[in-house]
Design a binder for this molecule. Structure first.
Ligand code: UN1
Length: 502
C-alpha cells in the first residue's frame, strides 16, 4: 500500500463545524494488517468536547424534531444514495482501519445503505394507533414523539453497519445525535458524517466526538442532557453503563456479548454445514457478536466432519483484507491477539486439544499485523471456559453431542443468548429448535451470522437488556409514545365513572 506523504489530522464535528478537540490530544489510527501504515491522527476528546456537542445538539434537536418526518426521510434516502455511490471507497477505508476483507466491508456498507432506505421509508410510516374512546364524542389516539439527544457508542467490528443501525432510526424519529465511535475505527464514522452533511442534514443535528470509552464515552453516558444511550460492546462495559443509566433514569439499549453455537445433526447436509461453519467462525476473524464460536457435532458425524473442517481451516489464507487472495484478516490490535492466545492456552490447560492453528500468523508478509491462525479446539467439554466465555477471535470450540436434547442443553447453558444455528434435514427438529434454543436469533441450515437490516437484531440473557436494533422495533426505542384524548362533547365526561353511572 502506498504510504501517505503527510499524515492527515482529523477533527470532531461539533457545533456545525469540524473542530479540534479542546484537549489538544490526538491518537494514531494504524492499519491492523500493517502497523507501519498510519491512517491518521484522531482526536482524543474529553468531557468538555462532549459538553459542547450536547449544547449544539440541543439546538439541532429544536429544529430537527419540528421537521416533518417524511422530510427527515428524504435526507436519509439521499444518505443511502451517497453511500451507494461511494460504497467501494468507504469499504476500502474500512478494511484499512479495521482489517476485515473487502467483501465483508462492502457488506458492512451495504448494511448501512439498507438501513438508510429502510429508515427513509419508515419516516412515512411512524404509525400510532387510533382506538375508540369509552366515552361518546371523544377520540383517543397514540403517536410517537422525538425524545431529545441520543448518545451512541459503537464498536470496531462493524464500523459502518452498527453506527447506522443506531443513528438512522434515531434521526428518523426526530432526535439529534452525538456519536462516539470506537477509537480503533474513527475514519469510517468520519466518512459517514460527511455523507450525512452532504445529504443535507442540518449540521447541529449530528455531532461526532472521537475518543476513548473511558473519557469521551463515559462523559456522554454521564451527561444529564442526553436522555437516550445506545451501546454495543462488551458485557463488562455495558454493566457499568447500565448502572449509570439506571441511576440517571436514562433510556438504554445494550447489545453485548455472544457465545453462539452451531449444531450439526447426523442427518445434516455436511457440505453445507462445512461452508457455514467456516464462514460463521472465521469471517471477520471471529470478531462478531454473532460469530460461531461453538460447534456442537453429533457423535455419528463428529470425526469425519472435524477432519474435513480442520483440512479446510488450514487452507484459509491470512493477509491484508485489501488483497483479494485473503480469506481472513488480522485482529483489531495486539491486546485482542493476546486475549485470543490466552484463551487457547486456557483451553489446553483444561484438557482440550488444539487441532488447528493456536498460534500467531508467521512469515514476513504477516510480521507487521495482528494476525492469528484460524484455530479449532476439539474435545471441549461444556464447562470449559473456552465453551462459556466470549473470545472475539478466530477460535472455534468443538463439542461432541449424543442427541438433539443434549445440544439444546449445551446451547442454553451459557450466559449469553444472541444467535444459534441448527443444521438438519428434519423439519420437526427445525421447528423444535426455533422454540427450544434460548437466543434472540436462530438460523436453520445457515450459520450464526447474517442478520438483515430490516429485522430486529438482539439477544436474550446477558447479550442485551431487552431492546432490539434494526427492523421496526428500534423505532419504538428512539421515540416516546404520546397519547392524546380529544373530547368534543362540550361537557365534562369522567372516564370510568360517567359511563358506568347507574
Ligand atoms: C455484530 O456481530 O456485532 O449478522 C453485528 C451479522 C451482521 C451483524 C453483526 N449482519 O453477523
Amino acid at each position: 500500500m502506498p504510504k501517505a506523504k503527510r499524515t492527515p489530522t482529523f477533527k470532531n464535528f461539533i457545533g456545525g463545524q469540524w473542530v479540534a478537540p479542546t484537549t489538544r490530544r490526538y491518537v494514531e489510527n494504524r492499519n491492523p494488517a500493517d502497523t507501519n501504515d498510519l491512517i491518521g491522527r484522531f482526536p482524543d476528546s474529553g468531557p468538555r468536547d462532549v459538553a459542547e456537542a450536547v449544547t449544539s445538539a440541543q439546538r439541532g434537536f429544536e429544529r430537527w424534531s419540528r421537521t416533518p418526518a417524511p422530510e427527515r426521510g428524504d435526507v436519509l434516502r439521499i444518505v443511502g444514495d451517497i453511500m451507494s455511490q461511494r460504497k467501494e471507497e468507504i469499504a476500502r477505508a474500512m478494511t484499512r482501519e479495521m482489517g476485515k476483507v473487502l467483501t465483508e466491508t462492502r457488506g458492512d456498507v451495504q448494511e448501512g445503505i439498507d438501513t438508510a432506505y429502510y429508515a427513509a421509508s419508515e419516516c412515512r410510516r411512524l404509525f400510532g394507533y387510533t382506538v375508540p374512546s369509552e366515552l361518546r364524542q371523544k377520540w383517543a389516539m397514540s403517536y410517537r414523539r422525538p425524545i431529545g439527544i441520543a448518545g451512541l457508542i459503537t464498536p470496531f467490528n462493524f464500523p459502518m453497519a452498527i453506527p447506522t443501525w443506531k443513528m438512522f432510526p434515531a434521526l428518523a424519529c426526530g432526535n439529534a445525535v452525538v456519536i462516539k465511535p470506537a477509537h480503533d475505527v474513527p475514519h469510517s464514522v468520519h466518512l459517514l458524517v460527511e455523507a450525512l452533511l452532504e445529504a443535507g442534514l442540518p449540521p447541529e443535528v449530528i455531532q461526532l466526538v472521537h475518543g476513548s470509552g473511558s473519557a469521551a464515552g463515559r462523559a456522554l453516558v454521564e451527561h444529564p442532557g442526553v436522555p437516550v444511550i445506545s451501546f454495543t460492546g462488551s458485557t463488562a462495559t455495558g454493566s457499568v453503563i447500565g448502572e449509570t443509566c439506571g441511576r440517571m433514569h436514562k433510556r438504554l439499549s445494550l447489545e453485548m456479548g455472544g457465545k453462539n453455537a452451531m449444531i450439526v445433526m447426523d442427518d445434516a447436509d455436511l457440505d453445507l454445514a462445512l461452508e457455514g461453519v467456516l464462514w460463521g467462525a472465521f469471517g471477520t476473524t471471529g470478531q462478531r457478536c454473532t460469530a460461531t464460536s461453538r460447534l456442537l457435532l453429533h457423535r455419528k458425524i463428529h470425526d469425519r466432519f472435524l477432519a474435513r473442517l480442520v483440512d479446510a481451516a488450514q487452507k484459509l489464507r491470512l493477509g491484508n483484507g485489501l488483497d483479494e487472495r485473503t480469506d481472513v484478516g488480522p485482529l483489531i490490535h495486539e491486546a485482542a491477539r493476546d486475549k485470543t492466545d490466552q484463551y487457547v492456552s486456557i483451553a489446553r490447560d483444561q484438557g482440550a486439544e488444539v487441532v488447528c492453528g493456536g498460534r500467531k500468523g508467521s512469515g514476513a508478509r504477516l510480521a507487521d499485523g495482528w494476525f492469528y491462525r484460524p484455530t479449532i479446539v476439539a474435545g471441549v467439554r461444556p464447562h470449559h471456559r473456552i465453551a462459556l466465555e466470549e473470545v472475539f477471535g478466530p477460535v472455534l470450540s468443538v463439542i461432541k453431542i449424543g442427541n438433539y436434547e443434549e445440544a439444546v442443553r449445551i446451547n442454553n447453558r451459557v450466559d449469553f443468548g444472541l444467535s444459534s444455528s441448527l443444521y438438519t434435514r428434519r423439519v420437526d427438529l427445525a421447528f423444535r429448535a426455533m422454540e427450544d434454543l434460548a437466543n434472540g436469533i436462530t438460523y436453520i441450515n445457515a450459520p450464526t451470522i447474517g442478520a438483515e437490516a430490516h429485522l430486529p437484531f438482539g439477544g436474550v440473557k446477558q447479550t442485551g437488556n431487552g431492546h432490539r436494533e434494526g427492523g421496526w422495533e428500534v423505532y419504538h426505542f428512539y421515540s416516546e409514545t404520546k397519547v392524546a384524548y380529544v373530547d368534543f362533547s362540550g361537557t365534562l365526561q369522567r372516564a370510568q365513572i360517567d359511563n358506568y353511572d347507574e
